[in-house]
Design a protein around this ligand. Structure first.
Ligand code: ADP
Length: 351
């Protein structure tokens, strides 16, 4: 069983730091998602584990062994990228056997491992096809089979589903979860900009923003108790209200709101109050806010209401309403003190 450890890993291109002192530990058998917007350094971190990027500073460990200077093919990692990267002139079985051939695996063992990898990915009936004769989803399964055939300790996945359409994506997500249940010892590092993929698949999520790691935690922790506004808005939707800390609560739009957590900041300091839209109710209640409806979206099972409250936009996701308010209506919204999370006014890493 092999975990991954980044110790102060820094990568720069032409003096531009694209990965800034990354410290992160992935436990053996864990599925860790690297989640963040495009350009935040996720792929660079993944490639540092694979050995395709040499850090300018810091070290990468696999299973406790320093692999920073080790050639990629000696690291025991499999990699799956967005664009499948199959060899078009080779049949599926030859594609899957590729890494084994390169490692001079005996022929009988190669055949057995190829068959097993294809079976594991549900592609056993396609061994003699060419990649061009397969759908995008099937090609990605072959790419996963190819990565698994070498029996890696660590599987690196770089936006593996982003070339697929939405319906296929959710099917493949379930497949990857099943695969991990079948191979519980396999450590997975999964790069994505899609919060749904990270929330669904990962044991923990590392949130990346502008070359830095913002926060790392279980999906539940990051969703329920984000520590910063960036994470709050990147992992799920969030209302982020600028508030002022008071004795035992906060002030917003001239009125006092109750929050369950005792604010860490001194009275008078600015802070950001985070409330998830599905925890905002319509009508009178605790922490009531008066606002004007600026948009109503019917989403089938829910209505998404946008209201302007003291110049701030507040979103509420409500169970489908019989009598939805109309544009311009005055409404009262409310939320429970326990459902509000108080965050620092600025991002901690902005300093
Ligand atoms: P992400 O995976 O989060 O989208 P990347 O790690 O791919 O981010 O890239 C981070 C930054 O590094 C981007 O600004 C990108 O343009 C830059 N970058 C990545 N690879 C190279 C390279 N080989 N040469 C120069 N700049 C690069």
């Amino acid at each position: 069983m092999t975990g991954i450890r980044f110790e102060g890993v820094t990568v720069a291109y032409d003096g531009n730091v694209v990965l800034d002192k990354l410290d992160l530990t992935v436990a053996p058998g864990e599925v860790m998602a690297l989640l963040g917007p495009s350009g935040s350094g996720k792929t660079t971190a993944l490639r540092a584990v694979a050995g395709f990027v040499r850090p300018d500073a810091g070290r990468v460990f696999l299973g406790g062994r320093d692999v920073t200077g080790l050639a990629p093919h000696r690291r025991g990692v499999g990699m799956v990228v967005q664009q499948y990267a199959l060899f078009p002139h080779m049949r599926v079985d030859a594609n899957v056997a590729f890494g084994l051939k390169a490692r001079r695996t005996p022929r009988a063992e190669t055949a057995q491992r190829v068959a097993q990898a294809l079976e594991m990915t549900g592609m056993d009936g396609y061994a003699r096809r060419y990649p061009g004769e397969l759908s995008g989803g099937q090609q990605q399964r072959v790419a996963i089979a190819r990565a698994l055939a070498i029996r890696p300790d660590v599987l690196l996945l770089d936006e593996p589903l982003s070339a697929l359409d939405a319906r296929l994506r959710s099917g493949m997500l379930a497949e990857l979860a099943r695969l991990h249940r079948e191979l519980p010892g396999l450590t997975m590092l999964y790069v994505t900009h899609d919060q749904m993929e990270a929330l669904t698949l990962a044991d923990r999520i590392a949130v990346m923003d502008r070359a830095r790691l913002r926060e790392c935690g279980t999906p539940r922790e990051l969703y329920r108790r984000p520590r910063g506004a960036f994470t709050a808005s990147f992992v799920g939707n969030a209302n982020l209200l600028p508030v002022t800390v008071t004795e035992g609560g906060v002030r917003f739009a001239g009125r006092r709101l109750a929050v369950a957590d005792a604010p860490a900041a001194a009275p008078g300091s600015p802070a950001t109050l985070c409330v998830r839209p599905h925890l905002v109710g319509l009508g009178a209640g605790p922490n009531a806010l008066r606002g004007k409806v600026t948009e109503v979206q019917w989403r089938g099972a829910t209505h998404r209401l946008y209201a302007e409250v003291a110049g701030q936009r507040v979103m509420a996701d409500l169970r489908e309403l019989r009598d939805a308010p109309a544009l311009g209506d005055e409404v009262t919204l409310h939320f429970a003190a326990e459902d509000a999370v108080l965050l620092p006014a600025g991002e901690p890493a902005d300093d």
